[in-house]
Design a protein around this ligand. Structure first.
Ligand SMILES: [Zn+2]
Length: 501
C-alpha cells in the first residue's frame, strides 16, 4: 500500500512539473512556502524597472533528468517515511522544461550544453565557449557579471576543468584540453574555484599531470589564492578570512558520495563547498554568481549505476538546500536556478512494473565503477562475478557473462564518437578509456538488478529528453517562459542588464 501511495504522489509530482511548463504554475511546498517575497511587485509589469538579484546560484546537475529528480524524491520519502516529502529543488515555485540539443546533434554533450547555458549560444559537441570551428569566443554570463564587479564561483564534484564549469570560466575548441582550461582560470582570476582536478594544476614532481616546472599552484598562490589540496586543509580553512580560493581535493573526480558515505570521507561534500563559497563570495559588496555542478550524476548514470546516481542527486539536493537557507536569510536579493545540461542514461522508474523496490535499492552500498566493473576492466571475470554476488547479491549466469564480454569487445566507440561529431583520432583514442562507461557492462549489470529494483536504463550515453528547470527567488518568474537551454543565460542577462554571447 505504501508503495502505491508513494507512486501516486510521485505521478502527481511529475504532472505538476509538466503542467508548470505552460504557465509557471506555483507549487506550495513546505520548505519554501514561507517565502512571501516570491511575488515581486514588478513581476506583472514588463515595462517596470526590474530588481536585479545580488546573489545568484546556478545549480546544474550534470545528466540530471526529471526521472533522476523523481528517484531522489521517492527514495527520500521511503527513507523518511514522509509520503508528502518534496525535494527542495522540486519544490521551487517556477518550473519549466528546457531542450538541450546542440548545433550539430539532437543529443548534446556537456561542453556544447554548458556553452549554451553559459553564453546563450549553441555550438557543437566538444566545444567550450566558442563557435563550432573555434574561431570566435562567446561571452559567458559569468564574464559579464564579473565586469559588474560581482564575485564569481565555480564549484563541481568532478574536475574543476571539466566541461560544465569550463563553459563558465574558459574558451576552448577542445573540452579535453583541461591543462589549458586551468591556465585560463588563472588568467581570469575567478574568485572561488573548487572541486577535483588537481592533476591539471600540479606538475609531475607534485604528483600532477602537467610537465615538470609547469605547475600553476605557485602562480595561484602568488595571485593571492588560498589553496586547499585535501579534506583536512579544507576543514581547517577559515573561509570568512579568504579572499580568493582554489580547492582541488582529488586528482580528478571527487570520490562518489555512495563510497564516501559508506566508508571513509575523503573530500568535502558539495553542500559544504557551497557553504564555503557563500562565506568567501558573500564578502563581495557587489554580490556573487555561483555555478554549482553535481558532476558525477552524469558519470554514475553513464554506468547505469542506479544507487550511485541516487546518492549523487541526494547530495546535490543538500547543496541546493544550503542555497535555499541563504535565500531565506536574503529573500530580497537572491535568485536560485536548478537545472541540468542534459539527461544521461534514459533512467526509467518502472521496469516492467508499477512499483519500485526501494528497499532493495537501499541494499546497494558501493559504486559499480569502483567495486565491480574494476574487475572487468582488469580482465578478471571471476572477480567481477564475485563482486556482483557480494555487492549486488546477484549470481551472473554464463549466458549473461558471455553477453557482457562480447558487448564490451564489440562496442563501436569510433562509431559512437563519429555520430557525436568527433572524428579526431586523438580524441577517439582518449575515449577508448571510457569503453566501460559507455559500453554494455554497466547496462547489463544494472538490468540484472533491475529485475528486483524495477528501475531500468535506456542508454549508457546522454539522451535528448528535455530537462526540468526550477527557480526560486528574485525575478524567478521571468524564467517560466524558458524553453531551451540558451534561454536561461539570456533571461539572466536581461535581468542583470548585461550583454552575453
Ligand atoms: Zn556525460
Amino acid at each position: 500500500m505504501k508503495k502505491i501511495g508513494s507512486l501516486f504522489l510521485s505521478l502527481l509530482m511529475v504532472i505538476s512539473l509538466l503542467a508548470g511548463c505552460a504557465n509557471g504554475q506555483t507549487a506550495s511546498p513546505s520548505s519554501v512556502a514561507a517565502s512571501s517575497s516570491m511575488m515581486q511587485p514588478d513581476a506583472q509589469d514588463e515595462t517596470a524597472q526590474t530588481q536585479a538579484p545580488k546573489h545568484i546560484f546556478y545549480f546544474i546537475g550534470d545528466g540530471m533528468g526529471l526521472s533522476h529528480r523523481q528517484l531522489a524524491e521517492v527514495f527520500a520519502r521511503y527513507k523518511t517515511g514522509d509520503e508528502n516529502h518534496v525535494l527542495t529543488m522540486n519544490a521551487m515555485p517556477v518550473t519549466t522544461n528546457i531542450t538541450t540539443h546542440n548545433s550539430n546533434t539532437l543529443v548534446t554533450d556537456s561542453a556544447a550544453a554548458g556553452t549554451a547555458m553559459a553564453t546563450g549560444q549553441k555550438t557543437q559537441t566538444g566545444v567550450i565557449g566558442m563557435n563550432e570551428d573555434g574561431t570566435e569566443t562567446y561571452k559567458s554570463i559569468s564574464e559579464a557579471l564579473r565586469e559588474k564587479g560581482m564575485g564569481i564561483g565555480l564549484i563541481t564534484t568532478v574536475s574543476i576543468t571539466h566541461a560544465t564549469p569550463a563553459a563558465f570560466g574558459a574558451h576552448t575548441a577542445n573540452r579535453n584540453d583541461e591543462a589549458a582550461i586551468a591556465e585560463q582560470y588563472l588568467a581570469n582570476e575567478w574568485d572561488f574555484l573548487a572541486g577535483g582536478g588537481f592533476n591539471y594544476f600540479a606538475d609531475t614532481t607534485e604528483g600532477g599531470k602537467r610537465e615538470e616546472g609547469d605547475s600553476l599552484l605557485d602562480d595561484f598562490e602568488n595571485a593571492g589564492y588560498t589553496i586547499d589540496l585535501d579534506l583536512e586543509s579544507f576543514t581547517q580553512t577559515d573561509f570568512s578570512a579568504v579572499e580568493k580560493y582554489l580547492g582541488l581535493y582529488e586528482p580528478k573526480y571527487l570520490t562518489e558520495v555512495i563510497t564516501q558515505r559508506n566508508g571513509t570521507k575523503v573530500s568535502p561534500e558539495l553542500s559544504e563547498i557551497v557553504q564555503a563559497g557563500i562565506d568567501v563570495l558573500g564578502q563581495n559588496e557587489e554580490g556573487f554568481f555561483m555555478m554549482v555542478e553535481g558532476g558525477y550524476i552524469d558519470g554514475a548514470s553513464h554506468n547505469n549505476d542506479t544507487a550511485a546516481t541516487l546518492h549523487e542527486v541526494l547530495a546535490f539536493e543538500e547543496a541546493v538546500q544550503v542555497a535555499v537557507d541563504f535565500y531565506n536569510q536574503y529573500p530580497e536579493d537572491t535568485l536560485i536556478l536548478v537545472t541540468a545540461d542534459h539527461e544521461t542514461g534514459g533512467l526509467s522508474l518502472g521496469y516492467n512494473a508499477y512499483t519500485l523496490d526501494l528497499e532493495r535499492l537501499d541494499t546497494i552500498k558501493v559504486a559499480y565503477e569502483r567495486e565491480i566493473d574494476v574487475f572487468l576492466q582488469a580482465g578478471d571475470v571471476d572477480g567481477y562475478r564475485a563482486a556482483m554476488q557480494q555487492h549486488y547479491g546477484i549470481e551472473v549466469s554464463d549466458e549473461d557473462m558471455e553477453k557482457i564480454l562480447t558487448g564490451i569487445e564489440n562496442f563501436d566507440i569510433t562509431g559512437l564518437l563519429a555520430d557525436a561529431g568527433f572524428t579526431d583520432p586523438a580524441i577517439v583514442a582518449e575515449y577508448e578509456g571510457m569503453r566501460h562507461m559507455l559500453g554494455i557492462s554497466g547496462h547489463i549489470s544494472s538490468y540484472l538488478l533491475a529485475e528486483e529494483t524495477r528501475i531500468g536504463w535506456g542508454s549508457q550515453t546522454h539522451t535528448s529528453e528535455p530537462v526540468p528547470l526550477t527557480v526560486l527567488g528574485v525575478e524567478g518568474e521571468r524564467f517560466a517562459t524558458c524553453r531551451d537551454n540558451t534561454d536561461i543565460p539570456k533571461t539572466l542577462a536581461e535581468i542583470m542588464g548585461v550583454a552575453i554571447g
